[in-house]
Design a binder for this molecule. Structure first.
Ligand code: ZN
Length: 873
């Protein structure tokens, strides 16, 4: 295996283009033959190099003439033909073994279903081809297979016909009218159930919608279908984008490395992001399905019609499409709550990534494994970068820019610079400095200084930015940072601003656009000191260093007109308290809980006017993931002490109040899927979780009763997770029951794994996880099993880093076991070691020993190697 880096600066436009390709698949139980017939044209002089891996070449013909072995060369990664004409027909026949393909990229089999995953570079495992996104081609496809075993034969585009071949086999013909890069190719062949519906587009065209799943599971696809129709409508209304084929198909597959894939007209999904009904799926599952179905649908324009020039541009489509799905979710549910959830995820995951050994820019400049680009930085930070553009030019301006983007680039393979230009030009903005968000890694820090000059009636806000060094980037240039802000008077009223440096965007939002390293904004005409509210809506992905007084934070928490910041202040206060308590725990002192914080929580609980979903967010304490970033040392035990002590204190002080909330909402509309009811359930289940921290037998009876009486999966899972993390006598029976009930359901049984892998009170979780890897329900070749048990455990900061165990050794064993079969899945586990530099010396030593052991394995994939190696430097 080649272990070299590739660089953006080495990009060269393709030497050949392909006008059309015809792919002919002959599917069998023990082999698959593929004939690829392409019309090729030369653009630049030179030899022809085709990508191809793990292929058996049967024959290669140019203009019908078979090439002799001395006319081409085959390496581990390429097929090279030194001399070809300027324009010719290329015919290549290859043989594959999809039934033995454990990497789940290229053509593989899952539960007897043939399917493909070609992004990023899986197509080269199907045939020798120009496997790069800037080669866009017209596809026609035929699929021949056994008729009884594989009645459903699908590919991209339009269904032309299906022929019965008479010998028990049949053959389907597909034609995709849109040119596409090969990473968007897809094929499915299997015995599948299907549900059907239609969507009428804004121009009155009728689109056939189909969602496929394993036989018997199709009835669980209606929520996905519903989500698809909502997405299609939303994209027409918000961006004026209309679907461009007659059919839209989604197929649910049990073995899938990622979440889902936007193949043109034929999305392939991890079944956990399709299958749902209230018995089997939680409210969060319903929400994720809606957003991922939307995400893949939105890719039809942002990704498929306008695609990438090269993989370094991945965020061009992923950041933009995450932004679009976040906006969609905000419109479907509650904008404020959605923003809180998105920022929580960004902070817990992306900020950690950006502070760790594998930090990289939104548009990276080098890599070893392209598949390692599917990160939170490319996706979630990428989305924040797009959001900032929208914040700067306003919504109207952003829509104008998007229209311009499609006008300029429809049908092309482009770069992030092209996108930024399409947004900035029609809005007469200069994004030269802004583009540093694409090139510089690390989370910027913005410090805020306030000063009120009563004599002059002036309020001065001084902002200073910096960005910590990240791998390969010791120093940074200043970013262009839009900070949405406001000033409040003593009564909580929004003041009108008199400051010539403030920009008001077309949505009427006030922005401090910080461009220099340090800038002061002067607000005039103020009779008394105002209260500053800054970084409203989390308008930029930065860490604020702001030593606001506790009084101001409490004031904003109650009075800010920006709901994001009300909750943000609650987090800030929680964090300040945690910092003290962690110090006390580390010094083996008694942990002191702050009365004012508890009283405030009590007031929030009692506030009848507060929306329940928002209240649930207000009551949430900063997560372990956030603590790990804020603290210099990852001291798992101290974190645990601080967090449980504070939670217990809140529960003890509010026992009756929490029980009231629980009783008020429990059992009300248990089957409803209205966002409002989701909010009620989230709040009452959170109340229950707080109460359970009291370890009070009476409460555990309530939890147990909720488990057994549950009428939906949200309630059942909440109760099971609480029991799983307790020493309650009810624990075993509930876990046993859940297993018995769902053991044959691959999607649901993963919840059972996660509930056991994420316990924090239970000290023997490592032993539990070890035992579960040997459980009959656990299959190490199934990515969902691995993610829900092993990755969930790796993200369990408290127990994964418990100094009394050596979880690292066990984890390294598992990575080494998975890596040769499926490098992508193994690589996704490696992130558990991102915190190594924050561990105490003894723990660090243990972790480094394991990392070194893994890296020493010569056959380790480049995916895992790239991520682990950086933790050593
Ligand atoms: Zn995507």
């Amino acid at each position: 295996m080649k272990q070299e880096k590739i660089y953006l600066k080495d990009y060269k436009s393709p030497a050949f283009t392909v006008d059309s390709v015809n792919l002919d698949f002959n599917l069998n139980e023990d082999f698959c033959r593929v004939v690829a017939k392409s019309q090729v044209r030369r653009v630049h002089p030179g030899e022809m190099r085709l990508n191809g891996e793990e292929l058996k070449l049967i024959s290669i013909k140019i203009n019908g003439q078979q090439l002799n072995a001395d006319q081409y060369q085959i390496t581990e990664e390429e097929l090279i033909v030194p001399s070809v004409p300027d324009s010719f027909t290329l015919e290549i026949e290859t043989e594959l073994q999809p039934q033995n393909n454990t990497s789940l990229e290229g053509l593989y089999k899952s539960n007897g279903i043939f399917c493909t995953q070609c992004e990023a570079q899986g197509f080269r495992k199907i045939t020798y081809f120009f496997d790069r996104p800037d080669v866009m081609t017209s596809y026609s496809v035929t699929i021949e297979a056994d008729k009884a075993k594989y009645p459903v034969l699908l590919s991209n585009g339009d269904r032309i016909k299906i022929e019965d071949l008479g010998n028990g086999r049949h053959k389907a013909f597909w034609q995709d009218p849109h040119k596409k890069p090969c990473y968007l190719f897809a094929l499915v062949a299997g015995d599948l159930g299907v549900i059907r519906d239609t969507f009428t587009t804004m121009n009155g065209r009728k689109v056939n919608l189909e969602v496929y799943a394993a036989h018997g599971k199709q009835e669980r696809c209606w929520h996905a279908m519903d989500s698809l129709k909502k997405s299609m409508k939303w994209d027409e209304e918000v961006f004026g984008l209309e679907y461009d084929l007659n059919d839209y198909m989604i197929v649910a597959i049990d073995d899938f490395n990622a979440g889902a894939m936007e193949n043109k007209g034929l999305n392939i999904f991890n079944s956990r992001l399709v299958l749902a009904d209230s018995n089997s799926a939680t409210d969060v599952d319903f929400h994720s399905i809606e957003s991922v179905v939307a995400h893949e649908y939105f890719h039809n324009y942002t990704g498929n019609r306008v695609t990438l020039r090269d993989w370094f541009q991945l965020s061009l489509k992923e950041g933009l499409t995450v932004f679009r799905d976040q906006e969609f979710s905000a419109d479907m549910t509650d904008r404020g709550v959605q923003r809180i959830e998105d920022v929580d995820a960004l902070r817990a995951g992306q900020f950690a990534e950006d502070a760790g050994p594998n930090a990289h820019p939104v548009r990276p400049e080098s890599c070893m494994a392209v598949d390692n680009f599917f990160t939170m930085t490319i996706y979630e930070k990428g989305s924040e970068v797009i959001r900032m553009m929208q914040t700067i030019v306003g919504r109207k301006g952003f829509r104008k820019g998007m229209d311009e983007y499609f006008k300029r680039h429809d049908g092309q393979a482009v770069t992030t610079e092209d996108f930024a230009a399409a947004i900035s030009n029609p809005n007469n903005k200069d994004f030269t400095q802004f583009r540093r968000w694409y090139n510089q890694s690390g989370t910027p820090v913005v410090s805020v200084q306030e000063n009120f000059d009563a004599a002059k009636g002036e309020f001065h806000v001084t902002l200073e930015q910096s960005c910590p060094p990240t791998p390969g980037q010791p120093t940074k240039e200043p970013f262009h940072i839009p900070l949405m802000m406001g000033l409040l008077d003593k009564s909580g009223k929004e003041l009108s601003l008199s400051c010539d440096k403030i920009t008001v965007n077309t949505d009427g939002k006030n922005l401090m656009e910080l461009k220099e390293q340090k800038e002061t904004f002067v607000f005039k005409g103020l009779k008394e000191r105002p209260v500053l509210s800054v970084l409203r809506e989390f308008s930029a992905p930065v860490n604020l260093r702001w030593e606001a007084s506790e009084n101001d934070l409490y004031f904003l928490m109650q009075n800010d007109t920006d709901s994001f910041n009300r909750r943000e202040m609650a987090q800030k206060l929680g964090l300040r308290l945690f910092k003290k308590m962690i110090q006390q725990a580390r010094a083996k002192e008694t942990l002191k809980v702050d009365d004012r914080f508890i009283t405030t929580m009590t007031a929030i609980l009692a506030d009848e006017s507060m929306d329940p979903a928002f209240k649930a967010k207000m009551l949430q304490l900063p997560s372990y993931a956030v603590l790990a970033q804020e603290e210099a040392v990852l001291d798992a035990e101290a974190f645990y002490q601080a967090r449980t002590t504070l939670r217990k204190a809140i529960a003890a002080a509010n026992r009756a109040q929490l029980l009231n909330i629980y009783r008020k909402y429990h059992g009300v509309e248990p089957k409803s899927r209205e966002p409002k009811v989701f909010g009620h359930r989230a709040l009452k289940n959170q109340a229950l979780a707080y109460l359970a921290d009291l370890h009070d037998p009476e409460i555990m009876e309530i939890v147990n009763k909720q488990y057994w009486d549950a009428q939906n999966m949200t309630d059942r899972m909440t109760a099971m997770s609480i029991l799983a993390d307790s020493d309650s006598a009810h624990r075993e029976k509930a876990l046993q029951n859940f297993y018995e009930e769902w053991k044959n359901d691959s999607v649901v049984i993963n919840k059972w794994f996660t509930a056991q892998a994420t316990t924090t009170s239970r000290k023997q979780v490592l032993e539990d996880v070890k035992a579960l890897t040997k459980h009959p329900a656990f299959n190490i070749t199934n990515p969902n099993n691995v993610y829900s048990l092993l990755r969930a455990f790796g993200a369990n900061l408290v127990r994964f880093n418990d100094p009394n165990t050596n979880a690292y050794e066990f984890y390294a064993d598992k990575i080494l076991e998975i890596d040769p079969k499926n490098p992508q899945v193994a690589a996704r586990l490696c992130a558990a070691f991102n915190f190594v530099s924050k561990l105490e010396p003894a723990m660090k030593e243990k972790a480094l020993t394991q990392i070194k052991r893994m890296v020493a394995v010569e056959s380790l994939s480049k995916n895992s190697r790239e991520l682990l190696q950086s933790a050593l430097t």
